[in-house]
Design a protein around this ligand. Structure first.
Ligand SMILES: [Zn+2]
Length: 214
């Protein structure tokens, strides 16, 4: 298993490829075969539907381009999940998602993860809390690609400081425990500008929020 779940790098200047593009409404794909575009679209649309159910939103209206790039093209950028890297940049009301992959089933996970960042930006502007932001992205990724859940649970059970302080692992675990609790969506919406230094911080904020709701 690749262990670089925590890597969050710096965005590099990425060369845009002249691959042909196909648009599905506001969603455009580039650098993919037609069959893969349909599969990728399914992942993004299903993630958007899950997002809307959870938050009562209506995402998917922000123009979003998903580009498939060679792994070498994302030389020092993005996030790595299951040996694949991706990147989501939102600027001026548009999202660009870069997926660097070889043929790998985990592609659904990275796509759902990066799409979640785009949806969070569309619905809430931004969610600054890294444990909420990355935890939610991982949670939606695990919905799209269930083996990720097992990998993350395994990492969590193994423990260690990198796990307990990782928004990608501890954040995911926290989201799993709280996502179905009453007020969860409201907590994310109202607390999007707060930041937690640890998952314990986040839990403290949640408890205060839950007390206030009673
Ligand atoms: Zn992320």
């Amino acid at each position: 298993m690749r262990s670089a779940w925590w890597l969050l790098g710096i965005v590099c200047a990425l060369p845009l490829r002249g691959a042909e593009e196909t648009a599905f409404g506001q969603l455009t794909f580039a650098g993919l075969s037609p069959e893969m575009q349909i599969a990728a679209r399914r992942v993004v649309v299903a993630t958007g539907a899950r997002f809307d159910r959870l938050f009562g939103t209506s995402v998917g209206r922000m123009p979003t381009v998903v580009r498939w790039v060679a792994a070498e093209e994302v030389v020092c950028g993005g996030e790595e999940i299951g040996g694949m890297s991706g990147l989501c940049v939102v600027r001026e009301g548009r999202a660009e998602i870069l997926v660097a992959t070889r043929a790998n089933a985990a592609v659904a996970a990275i796509l759902a993860h990066e799409a979640t960042h785009a949806f969070l930006a569309e619905a809430f502007g931004a969610v600054r809390d890294p444990f909420l932001n990355e935890g939610l992205a991982q949670w939606f990724a695990a919905q799209a690609w269930p083996p990720l859940r097992n990998e993350l649970r395994h990492l969590w059970l193994k423990g260690g400081p990198r796990t307990s302080s990782s928004p990608y692992v501890a954040g995911f675990h926290w989201i799993e425990e709280h996502v179905e609790r009453p007020g969860f969506g409201e907590f994310v919406k109202t607390g999007r500008d707060a930041t937690s230094k640890s998952v314990d911080d986040l839990e403290k904020r949640w408890r205060e929020f839950a007390r206030g709701r009673k």
